[in-house]
Design a protein around this ligand. Sequence first.
Ligand code: NAP
Length: 257
Amino acid sequence: MPVKKVLVTGATGRTGSLVLEKLRQHPNEFEPIGFARTEAKAKELFGSTESFFFGNIKDKATLTSALEGCHALVILTSAVPKLKAPPQPGQRPEFEFESGGFPEEVDWLGQKNQIDAAKEAGVEHIVLVGSMGGTNPNHPLNRIGNGNILIWKRKAEQYSIDSGLDYTIIRAGGLLDEPGGKRELIVGKNDTLLTNPPNGIPTSIPRTEVASLVVQALREPNARNKAFDVISKPEDEPSAVITSNMSALFARTTSGL
Ligand code: NAP
């Protein structure tokens, strides 16, 4: 099997960096390239800026050179709300998006740039990590900074499907910074897991599990042209059976938004 060259955007992000690390553990299968905004952050996280391209997803030209010769693109960028000010005692924290970092710019136009640049570069497969909740326009996350973040993310997902490239769209539940390989993963579609979670479990999943799903999606033919939601059972859930066969998991997912 030829080594697959894979560009990971958002590579200095919390999930993107895990994906890059995991891909680097398999040099016989993958040649991973990171895409990030700041050299200093990449250096801090990875010790060097080797195999990194620096640019901004709002500037398509910076993506074009990074995608040259790539077989796959992993999209792990996201608009990130910032705390407006430390909350006063008894008050709820308020969030906003920085100028230039609104979801329409990052999650829609920035993802559109990535998909367009991938298509022009002859990329075969896009793995896009998004978020559950996008079927509900009134979801509280849409109200943060009037950003409608889930609506723009969903629009980019549809654009990826319509691009004609192979796609795997992984819509995660609430992300946890906990170890992976210890949970049962549950897939769903169109937020039914949010409205009706099995046994009322929390609708969350560790970032490292999402990163493993991304890596496996790059390998498994039956992850191609699928879009799905994913959460995990808590480690101590009595009915949990640790997911070891991701191929079987992908087989339970379907195409289209
Ligand atoms: P994250 O740590 O917030 O990382 C986001 C990345 O996007 C960062 O690396 C950031 O760069 C990059 N980025 C933002 N604007 C950019 C731009 N203009 N050009 C280039 N890069 C840019 O991500 P995460 O928390 O791991 O989340 C991964 C995905 O899961 C996201 O799509 C998120 O919405 C989704 N998700 C999150 C949750 C949750 O509970 N947080 C739940 C479900 C799904 P810098 O490193 O330079 O800041």
